[in-house]
Ligand binder design. Structure first.
Ligand code: PRP
Length: 210
């Protein structure tokens, strides 16, 4: 399903794996495997309209026309949990460069706190794939997008697994040029700004730090 800006990915494997991720009984190994499978499907949708250029090649039989991807791609995970989505994208685009943005959400204020950044040069000429499994208040994604735009990014896609309506609305309103690819729009946030029903803390569950 698509509106102007958000692509909500519906797929039987996504539905099955979201259930595995949401289930609090799921162990770390199964959580990682399910995240990896969903990330592959999200990556497929995020990359489905990549620009191509024609190239001439020779098969063992004859000359032929083929295609190469005609844009540089820079993947930017929001640490930590965003790391869980990087490998799936690298499987499709193995020469993508990867920048890192370290942010955690203050447990009291729910505001993002920046602690690290290492972003490759050339953002202005690249398709930038910002990744984080959770879009809750939208504060982290908002800060990350503002940071990347300030550094010159003008073609940003945000890939997240689960979104809350308020976070999705915040990003759509503030950054109408940023498309969002997500697997689910959940019901709401609770008083601790956790997504409901959600899956808990994605970083803790993926890295086994609970
Ligand atoms: C989580 C999540 C997002 C952010 C979403 O990170 O991975 O980065 O919160 O919340 P927001 O939309 O309200 O900003 P967390 O603070 O748990 O850090 P972690 O990835 O290091 O676990």
């Amino acid at each position: 399903m698509e509106n102007n800006q958000a692509t909500i990915v519906h797929h039987p494997v996504v539905a099955r794996d979201l259930t595995i991720l949401r289930n609090k009984e799921t162990n770390t190994a199964d959580f990682r495997l399910a995240m990896g499978r969903i990330a592959t499907i999200l990556a497929y949708y995020a990359l489905k309209d990549l620009p191509l250029k024609k190239v001439e090649i020779s098969t063992p039989v004859t000359a032929a026309q083929g295609y190469e991807i005609n844009t540089e791609i820079i993947i930017v995970p929001i640490l930590r949990a965003g790391l869980s989505l990087v490998n799936a994208l690298l499987n499709f685009i193995p020469d993508a460069r990867v920048g890192h943005l370290g942010m955690y959400r203050d447990e009291t204020t729910h505001e993002p706190v920046d602690y690290y950044s290492n972003i490759p040069s050339g953002l202005e000429n690249a398709m930038v794939l910002l990744v984080d499994p959770m879009l809750a208040t939208g504060g982290s994604a908002d800060d990350a997008i503002a940071f990347l735009k300030k550094k010159g990014a003008n073609n940003i896609r945000f890939i997240c697994l689960i979104s809350a309506p308020v976070g999705l609305q915040r990003i759509s309103t503030k950054y109408p040029d940023v498309s969002v690819i997500t697997a689910a729009v959940d019901e709401k946030l609770n008083n601790d700004a956790f997504i409901v029903p959600g899956l808990g803390d994605a970083g803790d569950r993926y890295f086994g730090t609970t």
